[in-house]
Design a binder for this molecule. Structure first.
Ligand SMILES: *Cc1c(COP(=O)(O)O)cnc(C)c1O
Length: 379
């Protein structure tokens, strides 16, 4: 398919319903399917853990927008991650993860998969030499997020793919922060893309979900086998909401980026802000790589506050439009203090974040209102 991103997001996997002509895939709230004689499946569906038509529509659309061979939808981002790692690794294998990985990903490795026999090492994935030096004979995969959460570090996906493949390992990319609109890791050599569709893909803070998209059909079959065998699937209503969000991902992301750029300008000129972390800034250490592999620089902005931890917490408590809350990627703007909120569990670990850090998920409200709210909170 050579169609553009928005066309695929709106049409891939979403032909009009053959029975009614409904232009949107219905919510197939059903667990089992009538067979025409033993083994006579009408459309390939037998039981909804294995496959459900609403989920299939989402899975085909996700594969199309990531440029992948196969898409699979899960109950959450972490369910997708767990399925991916157990499908592709075995006890005794080793995985490299970012030293500022999403906290839940770190917890999955440290508290769940390590007990299962999978070892891992956090590495600065933005530093290709450090990654190359950390690869071991038993390294099965390199896991990367770019941009990272909450420090917005950038990793070179094509460079990491080369290191992984030379070592006989796989490159797995958590593309949640960029979304497939801004970045397509499979085209850069990644083997599997992971999403928390809870964030930008769903985009409306009304559903929790996850996805895997494989570059090859072979890997896709393996992941689909484990999706069914492990069972952490997306339900039909969740799949429908996520698909509804996906249709507007392109227009939403452009507005998220427009608004984030204006917010960055405001923060740069404010005396209470000691540093702005945004890959769109020329002085950001990952700027060149980001410019090469991303369409634009995203809707996430972090900054450090001159007055330290208390001043950072105060700003989070003073906004009105920027809602104080965890998560990200919805149409509404959110603010949070990673040290005490999303990344509190990383305290004392290699993933600890600076105490004076504030993270913004810049939404798509009227920009002047967002700027006024931030100016007031900064004082
Ligand atoms: C939220 C998030 C996850 C986990 O996804 P859930 O849907 O909350 O399970 C994984 N990676 C990143 C980067 C995230 O932001």
């Amino acid at each position: 398919m050579n169609e553009g991103f928005e066309t695929l997001a709106i049409h891939a996997g979403q032909e009009a319903d053959p029975h009614t002509g409904a232009v949107v895939p219905p919510i197939y709230a059903v667990s089992t399917y009538k067979q025409d004689g033993v083994g006579g499946l009408r459309a390939g569906y037998e039981y909804s853990r294995s496959a459900n038509p609403t989920r299939t529509a989402l899975e085909e659309a996700l594969a199309a927008v990531e440029g992948g061979a196969r898409g699979l939808a899960f109950a959450s981002g972490l369910a997708a991650e767990d399925t991916l790692l157990r499908a592709l690794c075995k006890p005794g294998d080793h995985v490299l993860i970012p030293d500022d990985a999403y906290g839940g990903t770190y917890r999955l490795f440290a508290k769940v998969l390590e007990r299962w026999g999978l070892s891992f090492d956090p590495v600065p994935v933005g530093d290709l030499d450090a990654v190359r030096a950390a690869v071991r004979p038993e390294t099965r995969a390199i896991w990367v997020e770019t941009p990272t959460n909450p420090l917005l570090g950038i990793a070179d996906i094509a460079g990491l793919a080369q290191i992984a493949h030379e070592a006989g390992a796989l490159l797995l990319v958590d593309n949640t922060f960029a979304s497939p609109y801004l970045q397509q890791p499979l085209a850069l050599g990644a083997d599997v893309v992971v999403h928390s569709t809870t964030k930008y893909v769903g985009g409306h803070s009304d559903v929790v979900g996850g996805a895997l998209v494989s570059g090859s059909a072979e890997l896709g079959d393996r992941l689909a086998y484990h999706q069914n065998a492990m069972g952490a699937v997306s339900g039909p209503f969740d799949a429908w909401l996520t698909l509804r969000g996906l249709k507007t991902l392109g227009v939403r992301m452009d507005r998220h980026c427009d608004n984030a750029e204006r917010v960055v300008d405001l923060l740069l000129s404010h005396e209470k802000v000691s540093q702005v972390l945004y890959p769109g800034l020329p002085e950001h250490p990952g700027h060149e790589v980001a410019a090469k592999q991303m369409r634009r620089f995203g809707g996430m902005v972090s900054f450090r506050v001159a007055g330290g931890e208390e001043a950072a917490v105060e700003i989070c408590n003073r906004t009105r439009l920027f809602t104080l809350g965890e998560s990200l990627g919805g149409v509404e703007s959110l603010i949070e203090h990673p040290g005490r909120m999303t990344h509190a569990s990383a305290a004392g670990s290699p993933l600890e974040v600076p105490a004076d850090l504030v993270r913004l998920s810049v939404g798509i409200e009227t920009i002047d209102d967002l700027l006024a709210d931030l100016s007031h909170a900064l004082g």
